[in-house]
Design a protein around this ligand. Structure first.
Ligand code: FES
Length: 378
């Protein structure tokens, strides 16, 4: 730190020096001369100073307010997906914007508060520094003492110690932001996505009939969840694929239930009509020999790897592709995985046609859909 040839004070002299002298020494050793180091508020307690303090505190208060707003939005705002026709869609659609706006304003206000405090209360010194080759040296003790003195001086001249309003609002803003950071990982444990579902919900899907013998129809989504569009075999061309959802007759006049079926992750099913020449090559899984209806096969659309929608059907090869990690399943061999990280076949939905000619599910899946979970044996 010191320039060559400079007289360095001894340890005893260092111990005698006050903070101002140490600051001057430190800057001198760095080749910096403090020309002017004015106190921005030489007269303490003026109305102008108090006004400046309040304006800084206001930014921190805004940051605290929006930080708390972020935590509230994260935990209490309606976050579960609602189809456009369901009640509560508008509030749900504001969930992400609410998080973005509250967190954004918190960080912005905090930043403005810090910059504003620095401009208003931290002395703007005028210093001159000579160019040097950067190979200066100083004793470690001098370095330590002068640097500590400079840091203490910066802290003292910033006058933060006596600005209780600013300190309180900074604490509030920092606390609210910290709360948000903690709430982010914790929030997902506070609200259960399974709330209201039966305890064994992972083992069943809405394809299960609600009473013995209830037909569960295959229904397509038209973009309007209140519209009930059932499927007949002739609706699908050979080699075609259609995504279908379950429909229970008891839900006909219940818009909430009609829409809810599209918001669940375990309902989508791929209905595939094989070409006759491909249907002849099908290898069926033991115990599932009658799950298809002629050339029609229905597989869960939830990838057995980590649950992405395996929504691509390649007609030429009869492969079902998952775009997430490129797993491929063979539609001609009970949805067996033939490429990629998935290790289990896509569960097959047993289907048939009712007396009116509509495709229906004969039962729920006979195994859980989607990826593994802790209680699953296979
Ligand atoms: S989720 Fe389908 S391959 Fe990973």
């Amino acid at each position: 730190m010191s320039s060559e040839g400079q007289n360095l004070p001894s340890s005893a002299e260092l111990a005698e020096m006050d903070r101002d002298q140490l600051v001057k020494l430190g800057t001198k050793l760095d080749g910096v001369e403090l020309v002017d180091y004015p106190d921005p508020w030489p007269v303490k307690g003026t109305r102008a100073e108090k006004r400046a303090e309040r304006s800084v505190a206001l930014w921190f208060a805004i940051a605290a307010l929006f930080g708390l707003g972020f935590v509230v939005a994260l935990i209490w705002w309606p976050w579960q997906y609602k189809a456009p026709e369901q009640s509560g869609t508008f509030l749900y659609s504001l969930y992400t914007p609410m998080l973005g706006v509250t967190l954004g304003v918190t960080v912005l206000a905090l930043g403005i508060g810090v910059v504003s405090y620095t401009k208003k209360f931290v002395p703007a010194e005028l210093a001159v520094q000579d160019r040097h080759d950067g190979e200066g040296e100083g004793s470690p003790e001098i370095d330590r003492k002068t640097i500590v003195a400079q840091l203490e001086d910066a802290g003292s001249r910033s006058t933060i110690a006596r600005r209780s309003l600013v300190k309180r609002t900074v604490g509030l803003a920092g606390g609210a932001l910290g709360l948000g950071v903690v709430a982010l990982p914790v929030a997902s444990f506070i609200k259960s996505p399974w709330k209201g579902d039966p305890a064994d919900t992972l083992w069943h899907t809405p394809w299960a009939p609600e009473y013995q013998g209830e037909p569960v129809y295959l229904r397509r989504y038209t973009g309007d969840s209140s519209q009930i569009d059932l499927i007949r075999p002739e609706d699908l061309d050979a080699g075609g694929m259609e995504t279908v959802f379950p429909f229970h007759e008891s839900e006909r006049n219940d818009p909430e239930k009609l829409g809810a079926v599209f918001t669940r992750s375990d309902t989508p099913v791929m209905l595939i009509r094989l070409r006759p020449e491909d249907a002849a090559k099908v290898i069926k899984r033991k115990g599932q020999e009658d799950f298809n209806f002629g050339e029609y096969y229905a597989y869960s659309k939830v990838c057995t790897h980590v649950g992405c929608p395996a929504s691509l059907f390649e007609q030429r090869t009869n492969r079902i592709l998952c775009p997430c990690h490129q797993s491929q399943f063979n539609a001609l061999e009970y949805g067996k995985p033939i490429f990629g990280p998935a290790t289990r076949a896509l569960p097959q939905l047993p289907i048939t046609v009712d007396a009116q000619g509509y495709l229906i599910a004969r039962s729920d899946f006979i195994e859980p859909v989607g990826p593994a979970f802790w209680e699953r044996k296979s």
